[in-house]
Design a protein around this ligand. Structure first.
Ligand code: SF4
Ligand code: SF4
Length: 445
């Protein structure tokens, strides 16, 4: 198969990064790639989707990697797995990988091991330059579920119509379930028995980087990885509820300029010119004489270590940096003064953040269960609400009309091929009852 053909098939199947912002996978594939890195770090606490995929489907991922290596002409694939999770891998498959193009690399149990800049360094020793994509150092990084979606495309002729999601937190039991894309989150939680939500709020994603959502209006998308339920009074919720005006006031009143937030920043430690204390002070004191201080925010991955681990004054440099980064992106700002670090800071080894410390600082101990069930029940929602933008790039445009009958897996929308984007499919059989630029609603009949 030619690379272009693989890209077209992946675009048609609507495959996007299943664990992050949803970068369209076909745009990542390149004949310039030397190494495919598989992100099996699952670095946010309480997320278990990758655990289940690596435990059950390693042999299928290996099959997919071999195909991708052939098509792209890449030399090797590295599966980055934390030491504590190595026992989850099928040891017979691991043994068969000896002396092949595919290897399993043990990575430390640190946060954020899954950040692609950190993961690329930990698995290959290469540092992605500031503001650049991994391909600039000859690598592409793929999440486990994304690879599994490619396997399903070739072996089950299935586009992305379902998503694995871990549900947990302040619950009796946690579970990972397979959910039709577009199912309402409130309906999903109810179907799984999570009905006692009084005084609780939901985070979509992990406790560090996840977003606070309204479960009544939000739906499961191609990138939903976890739904965490916490009491509204818990700090992981309070931090997300706090208005930015209050966050800035607190920063302006209490920041002592100790720069511990910058000293521990994982990207700073890899040599990036990212000093979040300067971003915070510039924003909090409206000190915009030096725009460099603001534009450094474009290099932030939003991991939250600066807030959760570093700041002893309980300030929130992460929120400020992410807000500044968002504003820069909205304005179409492209940072020009990027550097390509050649060396990591010598103090990095002593400043890595173990996952156990993170769990303690976040106050998550009481919510972590010894076992997370893999629950394979089938959900049959009456309606699904398919968002036209579940990915990085331009929204998809409907190719169906109100009243059309559709079957599960039918194409219902596409981003024009000349733009960055992907394809959307019906996740249930039914009738199209609403079409708008933001979503398509299908009702089971
Ligand atoms: S760690 Fe906190 S107090 Fe110190 S510079 Fe950063 S934001 Fe200010
Ligand atoms: S959130 Fe903080 S620690 Fe993480 S990359 Fe951004 S500035 Fe660095």
């Amino acid at each position: 198969m030619e690379l272009k053909e693989l890209q077209k098939l992946i675009y048609d199947a609507g495959i996007v990064g299943a664990g992050g912002a949803g970068f369209p996978t076909h745009k990542k594939l390149s004949d310039k790639a030397e190494i495919i890195i598989v992100n099996a770090a699952e670095c946010e606490p309480m997320m278990m989707v990758d655990h289940h995929i690596m435990q059950k489907h390693l042999h299928l991922l290996v099959e997919t990697l071999n195909m991708m290596l052939d098509v792209m002409g890449a030399k090797q694939a590295i599966i980055g797995v934390k030491g504590k999770n190595m026992h989850l891998l099928d040891q017979a498959v691991v043994k068969d990988l000896e002396n092949t193009r595919i290897s399993v690399k043990e990575i430390p149990d640190i946060y954020p091991a899954g950040d692609e800049v950190v993961l690329t360094y930990e698995t290959t020793g290469r540092i992605i330059p500031e503001g650049a994509l991994p391909i600039s150092v000859g690598v592409i990084v793929s999440n486990m579920e994304t690879l599994f979606n490619i396997w399903k495309l070739f072996n089950e002729h299935t586009p992305v119509v379902e998503k694995y999601v871990t549900i947990g937190g302040d619950t009796e039991r946690d579970m990972t379930v397979k959910v039709p894309v577009g199912m309402k989150i409130s309906e999903l939680l109810e179907a799984c028995g999570y009905t006692d939500l009084e005084g609780k709020r939901i985070i979509s994603g992990g406790p560090m980087m996840g977003k606070l959502i309204d479960e009544k209006t939000e739906v499961v998308t191609k990138t939903t990885k976890g739904l965490l339920i916490f009491p509204e009074t818990h700090e992981v919720i309070q931090r997300r509820i706090r208005p930015m005006s209050v966050t800035l006031k607190r920063a302006s009143a209490a920041c002592c300029n100790c720069h511990m937030c910058s000293d521990i920043c994982p990207r700073h430690l890899l040599g990036y010119n990212l000093q979040v204390h300067k971003i915070l002070r510039a924003a909090a004191h409206s000190e915009i004489t030096d725009t460099e201080n603001f534009t450094q925010a474009a290099l932030c991955c939003g991991c939250g270590i600066c807030t959760v681990v570093a700041c002893q004054q309980m300030l929130d440099p992460q929120a400020i940096s992410v807000a500044v980064k968002g504003e820069l992106a909205k304005q179409g700002f492209k940072r020009k003064n990027n550097i390509a670090p050649e060396h990591v800071l010598p103090e990095r080894a002593g400043r890595l953040v173990p996952s156990s410390l993170l769990i303690q600082r976040l106050g998550l101990q009481e919510y972590i269960k010894p076992k997370v069930m893999r629950d394979m029940r089938t959900f049959s929602p009456k309606r699904v609400y398919i968002p036209m933008k579940q990915h990085v790039g331009a929204p998809a445009v409907s190719v169906v009309n109100v009243g059309d009958m559709v079957k599960k897996k039918d194409v219902i929308a596409r981003t024009p091929e000349n733009l960055l984007g992907t394809t959307m499919h019906a996740s249930i059989d039914g009738k199209v009852i609403e079409v708008s630029p933001s979503r398509i609603v299908i009702e089971r009949v």
